[in-house]
Design a protein around this ligand. Structure first.
Ligand SMILES: NC(=O)C1=CN([C@@H]2O[C@H](COP(=O)(O)OP(=O)(O)OC[C@H]3O[C@@H](n4cnc5c(N)ncnc54)[C@H](O)[C@@H]3O)[C@@H](O)[C@H]2O)C=CC1
Ligand SMILES: O=C(O)C1=N[C@H](C(=O)O)C[C@H](O)C1
Length: 249
């Protein structure tokens, strides 16, 4: 029988972290070492095999510096990573071989599939735009999921040799056409009553395709988080982005 995985949670009092605490306590192969909700309490997770981080884009790098320095694997859901943060993280991991970090823009299995399907569809459509819809307490816009989806679509379009999507706009109130991420327009809505939702809208002559994903509650992210906790130590690369390699996608 495999040993129980000792898990710490950063952001334990937050919307996602509190759900992770419940999931780790409920699973038979994981054990909660400690839930931490501020940097001054981090020492409580020393002894954990893995720490799950759902905190804030402004603090997650500081948490990761501490975790990697202490040789604790990290499963990260916090959004807001850019190339500069990832480059720093790769450097830290190179100095601490054996430690693994998994960053997933979205732990919902259906959300991962939505991104995968969007990347597959992208080469066949001249137009592609993303609409993400979230609860109004969200700190960052666009969402990490929308950003990652735009990157995947941008890569697929470039690979297919597609030109920029047609757009005759010459007069615009700033923001009306959304933000541009890798050549893809992204529109962010913040709506009371919503959790996390995304539509990817593709168009070509006479046909459109809309791929929509809805997270109806935060429990829906937990199978993906637990999968990450179980697999992170065995990942081949020091830094993995997305659940795709674990899911065989
Ligand atoms: N990858 C995914 O599937 C998902 C990612 N997220 C992302 O997770 C992050 C957190 O989202 P929510 O739980 O909604 O936010 P939240 O604001 O409800 O929770 C964040 C918690 O982190 C705590 N915190 C702040 N600094 C800390 C530190 N240095 N150490 C430990 N705890 C600290 C806060 O006190 C708070 O309780 C966001 O970036 C969000 O976009 C959210 C849902 C799913
Ligand atoms: O803040 C959230 O709620 C979510 N954040 C992640 C993101 O930025 O993509 C994942 C999901 O959309 C929920």
């Amino acid at each position: 029988m495999k040993p129980v995985i000792k898990v710490g949670v950063f952001g334990a009092l937050g919307r996602m972290g509190s759900e992770v605490v419940r999931a780790v306590e409920a699973a038979s192969d994981t054990e909660l070492v400690a839930g931490v909700d501020g940097p001054e309490e981090r020492g409580k997770v020393l002894g954990a095999d893995v720490v799950v981080d759902f905190t804030h884009p402004d603090v997650v790098m500081d948490n990761l510096r501490w975790l990697v320095a202490n040789g604790i694997h990290a499963v990260v859901g916090t959004s807001g990573f850019d190339e500069a943060k990832l480059a720093e993280l790769r450097g830290l991991l190179a100095e601490n071989p054996g430690t693994r970090v998994l960053i997933a823009p979205n732990f919902g299995i259906a959300a991962v599939l939505m991104m995968n399907f969007a990347a597959k569809a992208a080469p066949y459509f001249e137009s592609a735009e993303i609409i993400e819809l979230h609860h109004p307490n969200k700190a960052d816009a666009p969402s990490g999921t929308a950003h990652r989806t735009a990157e995947l679509i941008g890569e697929a379009r470039a690979g297919a040799g597609l030109a920029a999507p047609p757009d005759a706009t010459t007069s615009e109130i700033p923001g009306a056409r959304g933000a541009e991420v890798e050549g893809v327009r992204v529109h962010a809505l913040r709506i009371t009553g919503m959790i996390a939702h995304q539509e990817v809208v593709f168009g070509t002559h006479g046909e459109t395709l809309t791929i929509r994903h809805d997270s109806m509650n935060r429990e829906s992210f937990m199978p993906g988080v637990l999968l990450g906790v179980r697999e992170v130590a065995g990942l081949p690369e020091p830094l993995t982005i997305g659940l795709e390699p674990i899911l065989g996608l």
